[in-house]
Design a protein around this ligand. Structure first.
Ligand SMILES: *[C@@H]1O[C@H](CO)[C@@H](O)[C@H](O)[C@H]1NC(C)=O
Ligand SMILES: *[C@@H]1O[C@H](CO)[C@@H](O)[C@H](O)[C@H]1NC(C)=O
Ligand SMILES: *[C@@H]1O[C@H](CO)[C@@H](O)[C@H](O)[C@H]1NC(C)=O
Ligand SMILES: *[C@@H]1O[C@H](CO)[C@@H](O)[C@H](O)[C@H]1NC(C)=O
Length: 228
């Protein structure tokens, strides 16, 4: 009897220890949501506070925003300003095929916000400090006629800054524009993250967070099968 209870308490100690050690990883993996979706939520909260309708999340526009950010990777200055003027034709000739946007469904891009920072900023910091710093960008996101938006985020170097944020707005009818081929799947993006995608992303990087998450869950299942 004594032996048994001793064994039990030892096991539970191990579990507590195990959970304790893994806790920071869990907290981290919780933050590996899709930062681009979070930015879009903030844009919509800002609009609804002004009694404006929410913008639809367009996965196609999100991917195009990521492409735009990627093209501007080399143009973030040390004071966190960015000047990057791309050709309008790039959208239909380069970005759309890269994303798998069906060309006949390409709508009107009515606004663009581009920003950068040497360090990765969480969405709640990036929104006021990178994306909405002046009246011009605020009136873009509060424009009454805008219907949908997409957000893209990417780091210039693997797991390193500077980071580029791009928001694209459209006033075209939602659902029928910027449609991705393969029943909305489009072309898989190797780097960065964009809104409308179901994949999580961390610091605008790849899916390492997802892999880590899966490994942790497997470890938990394995260790609990040992202990219980
Ligand atoms: C930031 O740097 C760019 C290029 O290096 C320069 O043109 C610009 O004036 C600087 N802006 C500020 C606010 O210092
Ligand atoms: C990036 O910055 C350089 C140097 O300021 C400039 O010459 C170039 O046109 C910029 N690229 C784009 C796409 O705007
Ligand atoms: C809103 O966007 C439309 C279409 O892009 C533009 O014509 C209009 O001037 C904008 N309105 C404001 C208040 O910025
Ligand atoms: C909307 O964004 C602007 C600019 O960042 C900010 O000043 C304002 O407080 C925001 N409003 C809400 C309700 O988030």
């Amino acid at each position: 009897m004594v032996m048994k209870s001793h064994k039990f308490s030892c096991t539970s100690h191990l579990i507590v220890l195990c959970c304790f050690l893994l806790q920071p990883l869990f907290v981290c993996s919780k933050n590996h949501g899709n930062a681009a979706n979070d930015i879009l939520d903030m844009i919509n909260n800002n609009r609804t506070s002004q009694k404006l309708p929410k913008l639809s999340s367009s996965r196609g526009l999100g991917c195009l925003a990521l492409q735009y950010a990627q093209e501007c990777k080399g143009n973030c200055s040390s004071n966190n300003t960015i000047h990057c003027q791309l050709l309008e034709d790039d959208f239909t000739e380069v970005f759309s095929p890269n994303c798998g946007v069906e060309l006949p469904t390409f709508g009107t891009i009515s606004g663009l916000i581009l920003g950068c920072h040497q360090k990765y900023l969480q969405p709640h910091e990036a929104f006021p400090n990178v994306l909405v710093q002046d009246q011009k960008s605020l009136s873009l996101l509060r424009n009454k006629t805008v219907t949908e938006a997409g957000v893209g985020i990417i780091g210039s170097h693997k797991h390193k800054g500077p980071y580029i944020w791009c928001v694209l707005f459209s006033n075209s009818p939602t659902k029928s524009t910027f449609v991705l081929e393969d029943l909305g799947e489009g072309v898989e993006q190797k780097r960065g993250c964009y809104s409308g995608a179901s994949l999580p992303c961390s610091a605008g990087e790849s899916n390492s967070g997802l892999v880590l998450n899966t490994l942790i869950h497997l470890l938990i299942i394995y260790s609990s099968s040992l202990f219980w």
